[in-house]
Ligand binder design. Structure first.
Ligand code: KG4
Ligand code: ZN
Length: 334
């Protein structure tokens, strides 16, 4: 079956998501039930609460995904699920749901890596051309990944401390802004100026690694200092200054890597790829160049199951299936 129909499930964090994807590239349905409003009260994702909501939402979301695709389980060729990384209790709900459907309907089962998923979200928009480089920027990951072929991931750079999204969330918290901090800071940054010139973490010459915890500390120190001195400041300018540092480092290191490696495509992936400033900076840097820049539409940037279905198609064609001993793996490596 080359146009296989896969039901995909994603529950690694705070979105209960189910999608139906055909042939790895055609989205038949994509349902996301977010819990963001619930976790906002606590200023971050509370794992116990996330698991409980995944259990409550799973059947509803799954039925909706099949409904919207006008399909029943009888039409499916496989079931796929995020096996890691993520919150173990949250992952388990998706993994158990996938196993139950696979067992009850005698369907092949596919385990997908969450970050591979973010990368493959782009393939729902455009076919991949190798070699390619992917910049993955999410709440848990900041990585530059080199790919010579489907399913082959070489991490050439990664964060040594905080992930980019994590830095956004922590700086937002220091500014008493709601969770998740990324979208809020992004919006504020549009109305501010890079007044503070926070440090840029270039690390050693030639390194593709990242570091954002020093920047986070610099922002917090500056805030405390200004509060102590009773100085006035605009949150917009803090946001713009923080964002300018993040974007400059991400863009420059990515640009250098694409040149060094001579890739055909640059694929941007993960929640932070929704960032307006980052999207603009990348377009400025890569448009009119001999390299194809792919950034997913907003609905495919943050966690969803469409990306899991897109990745699962590769496993399906490579004959990589799991048996019912499949378990959630919070520390799963690419
Ligand atoms: O990929 P994702 O939905 O979940 C993970 O796998 O981590 O990414 C969530 C992260 C959060 O840290 C959130 O603050 C950040 O992505 N984010 C953004 C924006 N939208 C979401 N960061 C900066 N600017 C945005 N517009
Ligand atoms: Zn994610």
């Amino acid at each position: 079956e080359t146009n296989e129909i896969i039901l995909a499930i994603e529950t690694s964090c705070d979105e209960t998501a189910v999608a139906v994807v055909q042939g790895g590239r055609k989205l038949l349905s994509n349902v996301v039930a977010t819990q963001m409003d619930i976790h906002e009260k606590y200023g971050g994702v509370v794992p116990e609460i996330a698991s409980r909501h995944h259990i409550e939402q799973m059947t509803v979301v799954m039925e909706q995904a099949l409904d919207e695709a006008s399909l029943t389980v009888d039409d499916l060729d496989a079931v796929a699920v995020t096996e890691g990384p993520g919150l173990v209790g949250a992952l388990l709900i998706g993994v158990n749901a996938a196993k139950a459907i696979a067992f009850a309907n005698d369907l092949p089962l596919i385990g997908v890596h969450h970050i591979a998923g973010h990368i493959y979200a782009n393939r729902l928009m455009q076919e991949f051309e190798f070699p390619l480089l992917s910049l993955v920027v999410s709440g848990g990951h900041t990585e530059l990944i080199y790919m010579k072929q489907h399913g082959d991931y070489e991490v050439i750079g990664e964060t040594r401390d905080d992930a980019a999204g994590e830095a956004y969330d922590k700086v937002a918290k220091a500014l008493n802004l709601p969770y998740p901090g990324g979208p809020v800071l992004d919006k504020l940054a549009q109305e501010g100026e890079d007044l503070y010139q926070f440090p840029r973490a270039w690390l050693e010459d030639g390194s593709y690694d990242f570091s954002f915890s020093g920047l986070k500390t610099a922002v917090i120190n500056k805030l405390n200092q200004m509060k102590q001195k009773g100085e006035n400041y605009r949150v917009e300018d803090i946001a713009a200054s923080f964002q300018a540092s993040v974007i400059e480092v991400l863009t420059e290191k990515t640009f250098k890597a694409t040149n060094d490696l001579g890739v055909k495509q640059l694929i941007v992936a993960g929640g932070v790829s929704a960032n307006k400033g980052l999207r603009e900076a990348l377009h400025q840097k890569f448009d009119n160049r001999d390299i194809d820049l792919m950034i997913p539409p907003l609905y495919l940037c943050t966690d969803n199951a469409a990306m899991i279905g897109a990745t699962a198609s590769i496993h399906y064609h490579q004959g990589e299936f799991k048996d019912l001993s499949l378990n959630a793996n919070p520390g799963l490596m690419l």
